[in-house]
Design a protein around this ligand. Structure first.
Ligand code: 4AD
Ligand code: MG
Length: 485
């Protein structure tokens, strides 16, 4: 007989299922973690299936004293009994426990999560336990839903999911911010005659790193399958200690043959709106909780910095309104004439065309236009080698999408599909064309117009949850000096 998950593992019901469909009087078993235990009688039980806790009423006179003693905050228990209408307010049903089993004890004097508000910083140090808090469980459920909605979006539109390598020999973004992957003996590193590390003796016979992007390989696949996307871990060894940077994050990179930059912008905008809409539809309970949480957070900020819109309103706004599209050149004009530039309030003043935009400028533009902004046609000198050169010879078909409170959430481009131009660009960027022979060959054999973009998954989760720090939207963040758990 085939093992049946329903009968094997589900000899208990999740709190989510119980709250959704129940019959008064029916006897059920639930399992979860004690959030609170009041008056030796009322257990608030949470099992992670939903934000809601289930109230379990124990009959303390008939419960073994030893069991009663072990019903403590953090303990894992199983309870069985009939579902009854709730006497208290705020919930429709409760469980009248006739049996309680202690599955895992928790010493109340040592358990770090008490039924009170803990700071995000404190919880980061307890990342192994934070999935048991309302806030992180809500974030993780929304994170899951977003991931699912992303796969669904592309699958429904004929894209194929590609698994691109995590260990790579190339630096796709050319920024040189990579983590080396090596099995060389650190106490006895082999050197070449020139005094450089001899990677020919290393595991792969060449120097390898953790990938900064799956794009180059996604392009190879798109030029055979038409429409593909990656959704994988990405690594950047940039020493940025900000609320928006991780050393290990997840990136979604669609790549589309026969698409130009306009198609690319259309895809990115529709994609973002659709997945946000999906979360609004399916994660109401968690979003309402995070909305309230954010409102409390806003109250502690100075008036001028407060968000005028609630989290739910902001999500709806982005899902329903068109993004503002303007060229880099137009954006620089707006910035140059802006108040903070004239009053020298920007840390980096905008005085000439060609400068890279900082996050303060991106945030200004989003505020200025009051909606997400797509900037395109950036100076070639501040963007990666693979972007298609415009006829002006100085700008490339790049696009960045800027989001409220986040800044850059998407970076993409139309790719340089012309062999000679690409080869020239590779040389100008001081990359050895030999290293990218396989990438260049796709331009030699059946090249075509194609485009794609990269969405930083955690930046999307940050936006969708209204959390303030990217470390709080990934279960176990990797940042400079931090790889615990
Ligand atoms: O703009 P980036 O560097 O673009 C690329 O990697 C291209 N290969 C994408 C493509 O065209 N296929 O990165 C894309 C996005 C950024 O817009 C940002 O959302 C996110 O990845 N990102 C980070 N997220 C968290 N921590 C970091 N250190 C990030 N660096 C980039
Ligand atoms: Mg970028």
């Amino acid at each position: 007989m085939q093992p049946n998950f329903e009968t094997l593992a589900m000899n208990h019901i999740t709190i989510k299922d119980l709250l959704q469909s129940h019959t008064i009087g029916e006897t059920v078993t639930v399992k979860g973690w004690v959030r609170n235990f009041r008056s030796n009688r009322f257990i608030a039980l949470n099992d992670g299936s939903t934000l809601s806790t289930l109230q379990i009423v124990v009959d303390f006179e008939n419960l073994a004293a030893d069991t009663l003693k072990k019903i403590t905050v953090g303990a894992c228990i199983e309870a069985r009994g009939p579902v009854v209408e709730s006497q208290g307010s705020g919930q429709s049903i409760e469980l009248q426990a006739s049996e309680v089993l202690i599955l895992g004890e928790s010493d109340p004097n040592e358990y770090p999560l008490q039924p009170k508000k803990h700071s995000m910083e404190f919880l980061r140090e307890k990342a192994h336990l934070r999935p048991r808090t309302n806030t992180f469980a809500a974030v993780l459920r929304i994170r899951h839903h977003l991931s699912f909605a992303i796969h669904e979006y592309f699958h429904n539109r004929g894209f194929f999911n590609m698994h691109t390598p995590i260990i790579t020999g190339s630096d796709a973004e050319g920024a040189g911010e990579m983590f080396n992957v090596s099995t060389l003996d650190k106490k006895n590193v082999p050197f070449t005659e020139n005094g450089e590390v001899d990677y020919s003796k290393d595991f792969f016979g060449k120097e390898t790193n953790l990938t900064v992007s799956g794009q180059l390989e996604a392009e190879l696949a798109a030029l055979g399958l038409g429409k593909v996307y990656t959704f994988g871990p990405t690594f950047r060894a940039e020493n940025s200690n900000t609320a928006r940077h991780l050393a290990e994050f997840w990136m979604i990179e669609p790549e589309v043959a026969f698409a130009d930059l306009d198609d690319n912008m259309d895809l990115a905008e529709d994609f973002l709106k659709t997945v946000i809409q999906s979360v609004l539809q399916h994660c109401k309970e968690d979003l309402e909780f995070l909305s309230k949480r954010q409102l409390d957070e806003e109250k502690s900020k100075p008036q001028a910095e407060r968000n005028e819109l609630s989290l739910m309103e902001r999500l709806a706004f982005v899902a329903e309104n068109n993004f503002k599209r303007l060229s880099y050149t137009e954006a620089v004009e707006v910035l140059r004439n802006s108040k903070p530039n004239k009053k020298k309030k920007f840390q980096y003043l905008i005085d000439e065309w060609g400068v890279d935009l900082q996050s303060e400028h991106e945030k200004f533009l989003v505020k200025h236009f009051g909606c997400p902004v797509i900037l395109y046609d950036y100076p070639a000198s501040i963007k990666a080698f693979y972007m298609r050169l415009n006829d002006d010879g100085k700008t490339v078909r790049a696009m960045d999408i800027l989001f409220p409170g986040i800044g850059e959430i998407v970076g993409g481009s139309q790719r340089e599909e012309r062999y000679d131009v690409l080869k020239q660009k590779i040389k100008e960027f001081n990359i050895d064309p030999e290293e990218l022979w396989w990438y260049l060959e796709t331009r030699k054999f059946g090249t075509c117009v194609h485009s794609g973009f990269g969405l930083g998954f955690e930046r999307l989760v940050l936006f969708a949850t209204g959390m303030g720090n990217i470390r709080d939207v990934i279960p176990f963040p990797r940042t400079p000096g931090n790889a615990e758990f």
